[in-house]
Ligand binder design. Sequence first.
Ligand SMILES: NC(=O)c1ccc[n+]([C@@H]2O[C@H](COP(=O)([O-])OP(=O)(O)OC[C@H]3O[C@@H](n4cnc5c(N)ncnc54)[C@H](O)[C@@H]3O)[C@@H](O)[C@H]2O)c1
Length: 323
Amino acid sequence: MRRACITGGAGFIGSNLADRLLADGSEVVVVDDFRTGRRAFLGDAAEHPHFRLVEGDVLSPGILEDAFAGCDWVFHLQANADVRHGLERPRLDLEQNTIATSKVLEAMRQTGVSNIVFSSTGSVYGEPELFPTPEDAPFPLQTSLYGASKLAGEGLIAAYATGFAITGVICRFVSILGERYTHGHVIDFYRSLKDDPREITVLGDGKQEKSYLYVQDCIEAILTAVARHEGQGGAHVYNLGTDETVIVDESLALITGRLGCTPAVRHTGGVRGWTGDSPLIRLDTSKIRSLGWAPKLTIGLAIEKTVDWLEANEHVWRPQVQP
Ligand SMILES: NC(=O)c1ccc[n+]([C@@H]2O[C@H](COP(=O)([O-])OP(=O)(O)OC[C@H]3O[C@@H](n4cnc5c(N)ncnc54)[C@H](O)[C@@H]3O)[C@@H](O)[C@H]2O)c1
């Protein structure tokens, strides 16, 4: 890879990817407006001679065309990555996930970039009937606006791959953990325990069964799929996750164990924490494993690593007090 653009490259996954691609010898362009991303996450990258930042909203005219010029890959990680609050702001997922993806594809066409990685999600499976859930599971019913907006993005990429001979690598991630983690239930629990280590509220019955993947394992898997399909044309879908799952109450126990507290746990009840929360996520990862990839970290180790990183990076989770 000569030059790659990462949309959303100041975010959790994108900034880790930027560091990795620079270390591998690629030129990296990040486009981001820092709405959830952090300048600090690009601290090392910004020092690198092969790094360029295009600061702005991907929906603003000209931003993507500027960022994509001369690139051979786009890693499209920009999105509204918040799954839980979709019903409160129905336009957000449509605009930031589906329409933004269509803008990315059009800008690729204008600038002649022919390869894209898309950060999709296991949420596209809604509440599947088949476990572990393979990429070709029966067409799923959608249960969240986030999942629906990502599935629409996948559809656009597949159509551009057919119509305009681009290569699309579509990665359906489980929840990702690790350094620079800023959103999701581990940080929600962590913040709550920092506020009050004596008690904690868990949304749902705490029996929801989830799967997680360490961010460096996620990046390795993406790059494995990229190496396999570069320039090949077509759309290629991969589940990215571990074969393990963890119950929400078990992940809470790992966090409290790491923090050395024993809170009273209150469950709000019900098999789902919120509308669209899937009670069981277990993806079939045999397709990405068939390319020789395997995760290095277990879920337990990934949770502990994330807690340790949050402990060392208070600026990420402590609400900023305005002077
Ligand atoms: N983190 C996970 O567990 C997870 C799981 C499944 C899928 N994903 C997907 O992976 C991608 C990256 O997720 P993340 O966890 O790093 O999220 P993140 O919120 O940390 O990163 C998203 C980045 O996009 C930027 N951004 C958002 N809207 C923008 C806009 N209109 N213009 C310019 N920049 C904009 C943000 O500032 C941020 O830096 C997302 O597409 C997300 O949906 C993440």
